[in-house]
Structures are given as C-alpha cells and as structure tokens.
Design a binder for this molecule. Structure first.
Ligand SMILES: [Zn+2]
Length: 403
C-alpha cells in the first residue's frame, strides 16, 4: 500500500482537510480521512509532505496533442510530430496533468500506447479531429484542396452538407473518437472567417449530434461569438469551448440545459497581456480578453459547470510545464481558488465521462493524485508550474516523485 500524509483537497468538500491521510491499494484509493484513521504496516510506502497538499490529478479538458501549435505550417512529418508529442506527454505529467480531453488525429493512438504501458502519459479521452465547414475556423489554407486538408491536417477536417457530416462523424468514431468537436463559430486565429460568423447549418449540426448520440456520446462546439453558440445549443450541442463572447441570453440557455463551459483563459487573457503587439491587434486582443472575463463572470453567476481547458501546445508561449496557470486565469474572473481547483479536476472528469472513476480524492476511486508543495488555497500560483508539483500518481503508479 501507499500512504500519503498531508493536507487533502478532495475536490468534493468546500474546505481542505488539514492533517489528513490518503491510502492507496493497487490502483485505487481505499481511505481518505484523519491521519491515523487507517492501519499501516512497515512494508507500506510512505509519502510524508511538509505543508504539502494532496489533490486529485489535474485535467486539461481542451488539448490538441499534435506536437506543435502550427502543424499546418511546419515542414515536420506527422511521424516527427507524433514523436515530439510522446516527449511532450512527460511534461504534462510533470505538471500534474493526469487526464486530457484531446482533439486531434493522435489522441486515440496515444491513449492505446499509454494504456499498454509503452509510453508515459495522462489518461486520454480522444475526440478525433475537429470538424469545420469549408471557409470555417479549421480552413487555414484556401489554396490547399479540401481533399488534401482532410488527408493531411492533424487537428481539423472540412465537411459541407449533411451527407459529409454523417460520413466524417462516423470516420472520427472509426478512428477511435469518444466525443465529437465541431466549430460552430469563426475564430480569433482563423485565416478566413470572422469570430462572430455562425458556422454549420442547423441541419448539419443535428446530423452530427444524432450520430454522436447513437454512439452514446456528445458533441462539443468551439464557440467564440454568442450567436453561433446559441445555434449550436438549440441544435443539440452539449458543451461549449472558449466562450469568448457569450451574452446573458446564451448563458441562461446553458444553465437551463446544464451545458458546461470549457475555459481557455490563459490563452485569451495571455494575448491581451502580451507586449509588443501591433496597435490594431492589441485593441482586438484587449477587447476579447475583457469579453472572455465577462463570459466567465456570467457563467459564475448562473452556476454553469466550468472545466479547465488550455489549448496549450508546448510552444514557447504555452509550455506544458506551466499549464497549471489556467487555475490562476480562472480566479481572475471572480472564481475562488477552490472553484478553480474543482474546474481543473472533477469537472474535467465529468467531461471525460469518468467522474465516477477519477477527478476527486475519494475511497473507491482510481488513485490519480498529485502532491503540491504548499497550500494552493492560499496561493493558486503554486499549481502554475511543474516545479511545485512534488508527486504525481496515475492509477496508483508513481510517475513523478521529487518530494
Ligand atoms: Zn482548441
């Protein structure tokens, strides 16, 4: 057995348990409670933390594990990018990430390799490639044929008309997807569209939603503008990503239908904080940073379930070892440290359809745990860098230990 002593944040209670104890037997947690509340023997492996905090492993609910943020524009082959990604996974684990909801061509293969024990990485829920209309958010190079995009792109694919929506949704499931993501609006980084554009017809969205339902799963939507988000929700989409410009009517609709919202705030607020941008970009970035904050303040007011996502890609601006900055970014929108912690643990597990298995520190659950040096309820920035993560355990296996 493994015995962990320290402060416990279980992601269920609203307060930490001081002087607590967590016992792990095999891959599962068998005890969480007061120190001394469970019998230990000399053969047990003990993790004693000095002012450390035992927490559920972190979950990034919005990732594209493809080795680089600019896959469309680099000369690297998919094989090279896949190998880079394998290395990147180690950085994720070092930063305390034990679960990822991925949207890329690699997710399913990475998941299999991790589960087989061939490589080290977090649990992955693969969503396959992101579906976009031609001219939409994933259409980065209008000079490339649609066929070439669909053959070569590792994060997105282009579909037009209900028939193609059927086919491509089934293709994603064929390649191992466990949920589907579409682009229901344009994007900030798009090559062609405006971020307020509504993308996909109602019929196209319904086809994808119905096909996903037959596979017993849900569709999530990239949404920057609020009009496209409302269209997506009205046609059955069950989760919203980014939510940069959501108005009150949209958030109200989300509350009525119990639709979660996934953050990518470090990126959206980070651009606004960047120095040396050209004047016009700075204005746009500042505006979008402000509206992102407003969207999440609204979500907070309406009690929307918020899960942490990052869109990080291990680029110099988005290093995986600092992926925990997203906890801090959410607290900038009026969320408490504890609310941010739940967003980055149990709420992520909910979106991975696994909150009954992991995402909290409870007896019976899989032992996906981290030990943080210090108290993140006092300083949320302790979660922001891999250097402060003393121990990482996935399914009872210690993947990092520098306590
Ligand atoms: Zn993304």
């Amino acid at each position: 057995m493994k015995v962990l002593y320290g402060r416990v944040i279980d992601a269920v209670a609203d307060e930490a348990l001081e002087n607590g104890m967590v016992v792990v037997d095999g891959e599962r947690i068998v005890y969480v409670g007061e120190r001394g509340g469970y019998p230990v023997s000399d053969s047990d492996e003990v993790f004693e933390t000095e002012d450390g905090t035992i927490m559920p492993g972190f979950i990034d609910a919005h990732a594209h594990l493809v080795g680089s943020e600019s896959v469309h524009r680099t000369g690297d082959s998919p094989y090279e990018l896949l190998l880079t990604t394998v290395r990147d996974l180690q950085d994720l684990v070092d930063a305390g990430i034990t679960g990822v909801r991925d949207m890329s061509a690699f997710g399913s293969s990475l998941k299999k390799a991790i589960e087989a024990g061939n490589i080290v990485g977090p649990r992955i829920m693969p969503g396959g490639r992101v579906m976009s209309i031609s001219s939409g958010h994933c259409d980065f190079d209008p000079l490339m044929s649609r066929e070439d995009v669909n053959r070569r792109d590792l994060t997105g694919c282009l579909v037009d008309g209900p028939e193609e929506c059927y086919r491509m949704t089934r293709q994603q499931f064929r390649e191992g997807a466990q949920f589907i993501k579409i682009c229901a609006t344009g994007g900030v980084s798009s090559a062609i569209d405006d971020f307020n554009d509504i993308e996909f017809s109602p019929e196209e969205i319904r086809v994808i939603v119905e096909e996903a339902a037959r596979h017993n799963t849900y569709v999530t939507a990239h949404c920057t503008g609020t009009a496209g988000a409302k269209e997506a929700i009205k046609n059955g989409v069950m989760c919203i990503e980014h939510g940069v410009i959501l108005d009150e009517e949209c958030v109200q609709l989300m509350a009525e239908k119990n639709i979660p919202l996934v953050t990518t705030l470090s990126v959206s607020l980070g651009i606004a904080d960047m120095k040396g941008l050209p004047e016009h970009m700075m204005k746009k970035a500042a505006k979008l940073g402000d509206s992102s904050k407003r969207s999440f303040e609204l979500a907070h007011r309406y009690g929307i379930r918020v899960a942490l996502g990052t869109d990080y890609s291990n680029s110099p601006n988005t290093p995986f070892r600092e992926i925990g900055k997203e906890f801090y970014s959410l607290t900038r929108c009026g969320y408490s440290n504890m609310e941010a912690i739940k967003a980055g643990t149990i709420n992520g597990a909910y979106l991975m359809k696994s909150d009954h298995e992991f995402g909290s520190v409870e007896a019976g659950k899989l032992a996906d745990l981290v030990i943080v040096k210090g108290n993140p309820l006092e300083d949320i920035m302790l979660l922001a860098h891999a250097d402060h993560i003393g121990m990482v355990m996935i399914g009872g296996d210690v993947k990092k230990n520098c306590l």
